[in-house]
Design a protein around this ligand. Structure first.
Ligand SMILES: [Zn+2]
Length: 219
């Protein structure tokens, strides 16, 4: 781990050689980091730059895994419940439909947006950005989509949804017989894959690869 070099008064280097800390706005020389190394802000310790080896290939594998998990996570049973002789099987999608038909259309829309639509859009943005890296003609669109992806991050709330499921399991476990379904395993796997993807897809490497000069990051 390196510490980025602080700037002193005097002749400033070109703008592309400077980096500002996201947390405390300290302006520094852009640190040069090797494979699997990172540089942190000397003032607040924020991780400025991290360089993952074979970032594009690893991230592509994770995006495709997440997209494959997306369908079973949302459309296969999260859990089944036996209550007073009645059996109910629930998926994320049937939850949204159930909320809609019980009159809670606003809640249904929020659940659909945060646990189904936004996570899918995020994955599609990431997939396009990774696929577009080697093609100069696609990079302007990829830049726009990567910016949109950063806005969407605030709206994707799989963790909150999972937490909701866990709370309902704890509440229902004494009242009914619960069986966790394969959808639940896929949902947890999808969440873990997304977290892993966020760690792997280092933003500065992506921006560098999408800029005209970034040749080394496109592998
Ligand atoms: Zn800082």
């Amino acid at each position: 781990m390196e510490q980025a070099e602080k700037l002193t008064a005097g002749n400033l280097p070109p703008l592309k050689d400077l980096i500002a800390c996201h947390e405390c706005d300290l302006l520094m020389h852009h640190p040069h980091v090797g494979e699997e190394q990172k540089a942190c802000c000397p003032r607040c310790g924020y991780e400025l730059v991290v360089h993952r080896s074979h970032m594009r290939r690893r991230a592509l594998a994770l995006v495709l895994t997440a997209l494959l998990l997306y369908v079973p996570a949302n459309f296969l049973p999260i859990m089944s419940m036996d209550l007073l002789g009645q059996n109910a099987v629930d998926t994320v999608w049937s939850g949204v439909i159930g909320l809609y038909h019980s009159g809670m259309r606003g809640v249904a829309a929020v659940v659909f947006l945060c646990s189904m639509l936004v996570p899918l859009l995020k994955l599609l943005c990431q997939l396009f950005v990774l696929l577009a890296m080697p093609y100069a003609s696609l990079r302007p669109l990829a830049c726009r989509l990567y910016r949109i992806y950063h806005h969407l991050r605030e709206w994707g709330m799989l963790e909150v949804y999972l937490f909701g499921i866990l709370v309902s399991i704890v509440k229902l476990i004494d009242l009914a017989e619960l069986h966790l379904g394969v959808g639940m395993a896929c949902f947890i796997a999808l969440m873990m894959t997304q977290v892993w993807l966020e760690v792997t897809m280092s933003p500065h490497q992506v921006w560098e690869a999408l800029s005209e000069e970034g040749e080394d990051a496109r592998n």
